[in-house]
Design a protein around this ligand. Structure first.
Ligand SMILES: CC(=O)SCCNC(=O)CCNC(=O)[C@H](O)C(C)(C)COP(=O)(O)OP(=O)(O)OC[C@H]1O[C@@H](n2cnc3c(N)ncnc32)[C@H](O)[C@@H]1OP(=O)(O)O
Length: 419
């Protein structure tokens, strides 16, 4: 067996992309044969992205993909930071636990910092992997299961003026991306989507061997002027025989410009015939659905999980880029970073919804590792909870105030944004 030192980490050439894709899909236990057609299908997505490979001789034994992408942060629409978006992280089972991921990710994070990118993020395959590299679990998602039929006891004002139309998935192409972009811009941590993502998600660009899915049913909610104000997508079991007995409708990608439009979509979905339950994925932690129901036990929360992991690369730039809802006040914050990328000690002054961050040598009020601050950065994970876990240290009043300052409403939104 070759030693770790013989494994070379470098950019993948066009001619190596097929082996690179094979390595990633094999490691993710993808069941289908990967061909040159799959590479052609992925090429539009890879344009402008960095594809890195770990090579043992001419064999690809590790994959890593990253690119610059904007991420909404607390502060409302218009508050976003440039990020290093990381994906397709794999090391072949034959080459695991020899430091290959460590070499790929530390090189990528350091290079991103040098380019002036203040934040990195990814959606983790498994929770224990990324904490050691300074990532913190920053956006959680939940799956709600709701018995059908169920009725809404409360609806927000204006729900009666919303009309819900049944369309095909493909019919969403013109209107859904614009609506999604507007909704996502105001939700911290919402992974933004490319045009290519929409083509693939709506079944308009099927990969080799994939079924064309563009005719799946979907819903559009429209206001009195006819403008699209909400979208919901869903799929049922494949055969009607299975559906005669016990039918779960998998509902995903529900988003709306207003609470009324969202409630109108739920009203429609909760009253569908031949359906026993809805299984609704990718919901934020503050989803109002249980509050709308006549019997809140009709909605069971389950499968809550970390979704997006964030990693601060430039603490002052990232803290100054976001908005602040909490009380005005100052503290000295010391951040440790074992990778030597983002550590330092700063005075943080919060006032009028903004923060000013300046280097200081004063004693620290609050001290933590970069992973803990990264977890709290998007406003959802509580700094007080991190302190209770021993991951943040300092005077309780200073930690409590910084925790209240970092918190943001509405919470983050666990969107799926790339393939
Ligand atoms: C954004 C994404 O793409 S998420 C998807 C991540 N990929 C996967 O889950 C696919 C299956 N897994 C893999 O391909 C590999 O196991 C990887 C990429 C997760 C790890 O690659 P490796 O090269 O083995 O990691 P490396 O050797 O650098 O490990 C560094 C440390 O992390 C630990 N570690 C790595 N992966 C895991 C894991 N899944 N669970 C627990 N610990 C882990 C190692 O034990 C090691 O710890 P140590 O330094 O204390 O010895």
């Amino acid at each position: 067996m070759s030693s770790e030192q013989q494994v070379e980490i470098r950019a993948v050439t066009e001619g190596e992309q097929l082996e690179w894709l094979r390595c990633s899909r094999r490691t993710f236990l993808y069941p289908k044969t990967v061909t040159a057609e799959h590479v052609e299908h992925r090429r539009p997505t890879w344009e402008g992205q960095r594809l890195t490979g770990a090579f043992d001789g001419d064999r690809v034994v590790g994959t890593y993909r990253s690119w610059e992408w904007s991420l909404p942060v607390p502060g409302g629409a218009g508050h976003s930071v440039l990020t290093d978006h990381i994906s397709t992280v794999t090391v072949a089972p034959t080459h695991r636990r020899r430091g290959i991921l460590t070499r790929m990710i530390t090189a990528d994070l350091s290079a991103a910092r040098e380019r002036g990118v203040p934040l990195a993020y990814l959606v983790a395959g498994e929770a224990p992997i990324y904490g050691r590299y300074g990532f913190g679990a920053a956006v959680a998602g939940q799956t709600l299961t709701v018995r059908v039929p169920a009725s809404l006891a409360h609806v927000p004002t204006g729900t009666e003026g919303i009309r819900v139309e049944l369309v095909d998935d493909a019919d969403l192409r013109a209107e859904a991306p614009v609506l999604f972009a507007a909704v996502a811009a105001a939700r911290p941590g919402a992974v933004l989507r490319t045009e290519r993502f929409w083509d693939e998600a709506l079944g308009l660009a099927p990969g080799p061997g994939d079924d064309a899915t563009a005719a799946r049913p979907a819903l559009i909610a429209r206001d009195a002027s006819g403008a699209a104000v909400g979208v919901a997508r869903y799929r049922a079991q494949e055969s009607w025989q299975a559906m005669r007995h016990d039918t779960t409708l998998e509902v995903h990608d529900v988003f709306a410009a207003t609470p009324a439009a969202q409630a109108a979509l739920w009203q429609h979905l909760l009253s569908m015939d031949i359906v026993d339950r809805l299984r609704i994925t990718e919901r934020p932690l503050d989803d109002p659905l249980p509050e709308l129901l006549a019997d809140r036990r009709d909605a069971l929360a389950g499968e809550g999980s970390d979704h997006l992991w964030a990693r601060l690369l430039d603490v002052p730039a990232a803290l100054e880029a976001r908005g602040w809802l909490g009380p005005a006040g100052s503290c000295v914050l010391e951040v440790h970073d074992a990778l030597g990328i983002a550590g330092g000690r700063w005075r943080l002054d919060v006032a009028d919804g903004l923060a000013t961050v300046t280097t200081t040598t004063a004693d620290a009020d609050v001290t933590c590792d970069v992973g803990a601050l990264s977890a709290a950065y998007l406003g959802e994970t509580s700094l007080v909870a991190l302190a209770a876990a021993g991951r943040v240290r300092g005077d309780a009043a200073a930690v409590g105030r910084l925790s209240a300052q970092l918190a943001w409403q509405p919470t983050s939104w666990p969107t799926i944004g790339h393939f």
